[in-house]
Design a protein around this ligand. Structure first.
Ligand code: LCS
Length: 396
């Protein structure tokens, strides 16, 4: 007996818990079974041929689809308000599949002013080896956006908030400009999760995540997801995912399904804690500047309120005394862990210029707004008084 998927009238947490549910007809298992099988037996030779031809539904081989992955994909699609979704073996597998699946040599990608370091690395490789050009531009301003679009621009690719500067991009404005020119808009929604921002509702075409972060939430899986219109997702499944092969393992899909069930309540706590930590930092005499969309002093605070359902768990800041002071402080932390990644239940802190964005040449980093003294803090769900006490002793 198939359990009904909750409809879109249900709230976020109900959808996160129940979307994609399929009660196992044999055992009645409450949680999704891990179908740890690489291949699936065809009832007849004719059925096997029909499945390959796409004329009959049914699983064939896990690189093309797997029942555990289907549940994850249905949950992501429901939460992002998409027709369909696709799971990948990492966030970078999602980014590379989308770019390689949709672009041809001679095309141009217009990007937000900043990007995660390895996304920048991939764009550099596409330009050098495959004649796919890109440019980074200030997409916060409409005239700058319009003047940056070229006749061969096929994709506008943005992060918002941008990793790690926290600068925002106006998604509705970009989607309008792109639609009028038949350009595909791709949004990396990793920093907020669908609980706080749903780019497809604002008119964008594809949304992707490093599911390693908030979607998994527990620092125990590397994964990626993408969501959008069914024809676009089907195209990516049958080309870039199938033939490049960055497929997620069924066990990792199970971990993400489990993580998604608590996404809403985790995000509430991340937001609540980050707001208090940002206010603590903003008022600390040793802190030079704090970048957090929830602070009224944040230059795009109004856009954040309009576009996002909360301000997220990430904060960037700079100390008086720059990089040397920052390194000294990071080395003194005890509860907050010195590690890359973000969106975990643990508070993580890192130094973008020497870590996540070290692949980006210094000159480009400067243009992105990543100073040598910038520190990124991913506020976890510990008791906020303990996070603040640790930061406070490290800043003494
Ligand atoms: N997009 C964003 C915005 C990211 O932050 C990351 C990873 C990726 C894509 C790639 O995802 P992955 O393949 O790692 O699942 N960001 C990291 C970071 O800021 N610290 O460590 C990894």
């Amino acid at each position: 007996m198939e359990k009904k998927i909750p409809d879109q009238q249900h709230g976020f947490q109900t959808i996160a818990v129940h979307a994609g549910d399929q009660l196992d007809p044999i055992t009645g298992s409450l949680t999704t079974p891990i179908y740890q099988s690489s291949t699936f037996v065809f009832p007849t030779a004719e059925a096997g041929g029909a499945r390959f031809a796409g004329a009959e539904n049914g699983y064939v081989y896990t690189r093309l689809g797997n029942p555990t992955l289907t549940v994850l994909e249905q949950k992501i699609a429901a939460l992002e308000k998409a027709e369909a979704a696709l799971a990948f073996s990492s966030g970078m597998a999602a980014v590379s599949a989308i770019l390689l699946g949709l672009l041809h040599s001679g095309d141009h990608i217009l990007c937000s002013k900043g990007l995660y370091g390895c996304t920048f690395g991939l764009l550099t490789m596409l330009k050098r080896q495959f004649q796919i050009d890109h440019s980074l531009a200030d997409l916060t301003d409409e005239s700058s956006l319009l003047s940056s679009i070229r006749p061969n621009t096929r994709i506008i690719y943005v992060e918002t908030p941008i990793n790690p500067t926290m600068e925002l991009v106006d998604l509705a404005m970009i989607a309008r400009a792109a639609k009028a020119r038949r350009i595909t808009t791709v949004v990396d929604n990793t920093f907020l999760s669908p609980y706080l921002q749903r780019p497809l509702e604002l008119g964008c075409d594809l949304v992707l995540h490093s599911a390693t972060k908030y979607i998994g939430g527990h620092g125990d899986v590397i994964a990626g997801v993408a969501a959008g219109a069914k024809d676009l997702i089907d195209q990516l499944r049958m080309t870039a995912l199938k033939d490049i092969g960055g497929v997620l393992s069924p066990f990792d899909a199970y971990l993400l399904i489990r993580g998604l069930k608590t996404l809403g309540i985790r995000m509430q706590k991340h937001c609540e804690n980050a707001q208090l930590v940002a206010e603590f930092l903003a008022n600390h005499p040793r802190v030079q500047s704090v970048y957090y969309p929830g602070l009224p002093s944040f230059p795009q605070h109004e856009l954040a309120k309009r576009q996002m359902d909360g301000f997220g768990g990430l904060i960037s800041f700079e100390l008086k005394g720059g990089m040397a002071a920052g390194i000294q402080m990071m080395n003194r932390l005890q509860l907050c862990k010195l590690a890359v990644s973000l969106g975990d239940v643990e508070t993580l802190i890192q130094h973008p210029a020497s870590m996540t964005h070290s692949i980006v040449p210094m000159e480009e980093r400067r243009k992105m707004g990543i100073t040598d003294g910038l520190i990124r803090l991913s506020v976890g769900i510990e008791d906020v008084k303990d996070i603040i006490a640790d930061l406070s002793q490290a800043l003494e």
